[in-house]
Design a protein around this ligand. Structure first.
Ligand SMILES: O=C(O)CCC(=O)C(=O)O
Ligand SMILES: [Fe+2]
Length: 244
């Protein structure tokens, strides 16, 4: 059923290819209706992940922009930076248009992108949103990455470094799920939706989480405040802006 993980060990790639990447255990979570989460807890070794963390923490030109939420201007509760292939449509989210740096500005980002492409055959990401959470007060609220520049079924690959944080998923109350649940008797309906419509992951240092299929159309995600999480976390979400 949808709550169970399927585990696959890709031990061949570990022994044959010398690299800092350990694609050991892959877990998949079927969210239903064409949405799926893939999680690789040891995507990169801890040492490699700390090397990249230090580079990103020190060298990325982090900014904390003012964004517009429900018509009000607020300081975004985390630092951010954006990198994209030249010539792509400009990204706008919450009324904010981040400056697009190029991959050449930060060479290690190309290495991380290569590692992600290698782990996800067939993927071709062309942009990257970086987030830095400087402690448990920093967060990202419930949202979907469903801006017009992305396809409805775009895959997003999320790499985490530093402090572990909870990543939550919540199903949108959409028509698709309504139609499916209409076939159930009312008592069973509410119980079923409360169990399977929320999931959480602890995103580890050096991990890769992939939101696949229609996850952005049908689900929301968040990284909530966690007052005990004192250390800094850096997260990279690789995306694909539609090219006409
Ligand atoms: O920090 C994370 O794990 C998620 C970030 C995120 O959802 C986003 O940048 O859209
Ligand atoms: Fe997101």
């Amino acid at each position: 059923m949808s709550l169970r993980f399927k585990e696959v060990t890709d031990s061949e790639s570990e022994t044959k290819i010398p690299r800092p990447f350990d694609l050991g255990k892959r877990q998949t979570l079927d969210l239903g209706n064409g949405s799926e989460i893939l999680y690789i807890s040891k995507f990169v070794s801890s040492d490699q992940a700390w090397t990249w963390f230090d580079f990103l923490n020190q060298r990325i030109p982090w900014t904390r922009p003012t964004i517009c939420v429900f018509g009000r201007s607020v300081l975004q509760p985390r630092d951010t930076c954006y990198v994209a292939n030249p010539g792509l449509t400009t990204l706008t989210y919450s009324g904010y248009k981040p400056h697009a740096y190029t991959w050449d500005d930060f060479t290690p980002l190309k290495d991380i992108l290569d590692a992600v492409h290698e782990a996800l055959p067939g993927s071709r990401f062309n942009s990257l949103l970086l987030n830095r959470y400087k402690g448990g007060n920093d967060y990202v609220g419930w949202h979907s990455d469903d801006e017009k520049v992305y396809a409805l079924n775009q895959e997003i690959a999320s790499v985490s470094f530093g402090c572990e944080r909870d990543f939550l998923l919540k199903k949108k109350p959409n028509k698709t799920s309504q139609r499916r649940n209409d076939e159930e008797p009312p008592a069973k309906k509410s119980k079923k939706s409360s169990v399977a419509d929320r999931h959480s992951f602890v995103l580890k240092h050096g991990s890769l989480l992939v939101m696949k299929g229609y996850t952005q159309r049908d689900w929301m995600h968040s990284v909530p405040k966690r007052l005990k999480a004192e250390a800094t976390r850096i997260n990279l979400t690789f995306r694909h802006v539609i090219v006409d």
